[in-house]
Design a protein around this ligand. Structure first.
Ligand SMILES: Nc1ncnc2c1ncn2[C@@H]1O[C@H](COP(=O)(O)OP(=O)(O)OP(=O)(O)O)[C@@H](O)[C@H]1O
Length: 237
C-alpha cells in the first residue's frame, strides 16, 4: 500500500482545509503501521483515502499494486470486497445474523465460495469455535471484535484497515485482538494500517507515523509505548 504525495482538501480547493498535505507513505506487505496524531491532524482522512473511501484532491494511492486514484466505482467496489478488509471500533456486525453468517457475508458478497468449514476454521482461529451460532448481542465486546476480525480474515485481504480496533475493549480483550492482528501480519503477510489514540496499542505495530496538520511530522520504527507517548505529547503541547 502506497501513498504518493497525497493531498486532500475539504471544501473548495482555494479556501478549503487541507486535511492531508502532501503525504507519502509506503506500507510494504507483511508490515503493520499505526497512525497517530492530535485530534484533527488527518488520521481518519488518511485511512479513508488509503482505502478508497474518500477521493484524494491530488497525488496517487496504490493498493496491492493498483492505482485506485482514478479507478471507476465498480472497480473500487470490487477492490474493497476482495483486496481490503476493515475492522472498526464499533465492530459493525449485522445484528440479525449469527457469528458464522457475519463472517461469511462479505465474502459471499464478493462472489467468493466459502464453505461452512472455512468459516468454522477462522472462528476457531479467533477462539470462537463454540460461539458460531450466537448473535452479536449474545457476545461480549471482545468476542464481537474477534468475529469482525474473522470476517476480515476469511477473504485474506492484502491490506487490513483498522480504525481504533481496540477502542471499545477492556485491556484483556484488546491484548487478544492485537495478538490476532499480529498473527495476520506474520503468518499471512498481510499489511495493516491502523489509526489509534492509544500509545500502547500503537506500540504493537512495526512502525508509527505521526501526523500534525495533515503532514507526516515524525516516525518511529520498533516503537515502545513510552517513546510513542512522548512523541505524541510533544505534538499535542
Ligand atoms: N467532510 C469534511 N469537511 C470539511 N472538513 C473536514 C471533513 N472531514 C474532516 N475535515 C477536517 O479535516 C481535518 C482532519 O480531520 P480528520 O477527521 O482526518 O482528523 P483526525 O486526526 O482523524 O481527528 P480525530 O482524532 O479527532 O478523529 C480536520 O481539520 C477536520 O475538521
Amino acid at each position: 500500500m502506497q501513498l504518493h504525495q497525497v493531498t486532500r482538501v475539504h471544501g473548495s480547493k482555494n479556501t478549503g482545509v487541507a486535511a492531508l498535505d502532501n503525504v507519502s507513505l509506503t506500507c510494504p506487505p507483511g508490515t503493520w503501521t499505526a497512525v497517530m496524531g492530535p485530534s484533527g491532524s488527518g488520521k481518519s482522512t488518511l485511512l479513508h483515502c488509503a482505502a478508497g473511501l474518500d477521493q484524494v484532491t491530488s497525488g496517487r494511492v496504490l493498493l496491492a499494486g493498483h492505482d485506485i486514484t482514478a479507478a471507476p466505482d465498480n472497480v473500487l467496489t470490487a477492490m474493497r470486497r476482495r483486496t481490503i478488509g476493515f475492522v472498526f471500533q464499533t465492530f459493525n456486525l449485522i445484528s440479525s445474523l449469527t457469528a458464522e453468517q457475519n463472517v461469511a457475508f462479505p465474502a459471499k458478497l464478493a462472489g467468493l465460495r466459502v464453505s461452512k468449514r472455512d468459516v468454522r476454521a477462522v472462528l476457531a482461529v479467533v477462539g470462537l469455535a463454540d460461539r458460531a451460532t450466537h448473535r452479536p448481542k449474545e457476545l461480549s465486546g471482545g468476542q464481537q471484535q474477534r468475529v469482525a476480525i474473522a470476517r476480515a480474515m476469511i477473504t485474506r485481504p492484502a491490506v487490513l484497515f483498522a480504525d481504533e480496533p481496540t477502542g471499545a475493549l477492556d485491556s484483556a480483550s484488546a491484548k487478544t485482538v492485537l495478538a490476532l492482528l499480529r498473527d495476520m501480519v506474520r503468518t499471512a503477510g498481510q499489511t495493516i494500517l491502523m489509526v489509534t489514540h492509544d500509545p500502547a496499542v500503537a506500540a504493537s505495530a512495526d512502525t508509527v507515523i505521526f501526523l500534525a496538520d495533515g503532514r507526516v511530522v515524525d516516525r518511529l520504527t520498533g516503537p515502545t509505548t513510552h517513546d510513542v507517548a512522548e512523541r505524541l505529547a510533544g505534538l499535542e503541547s
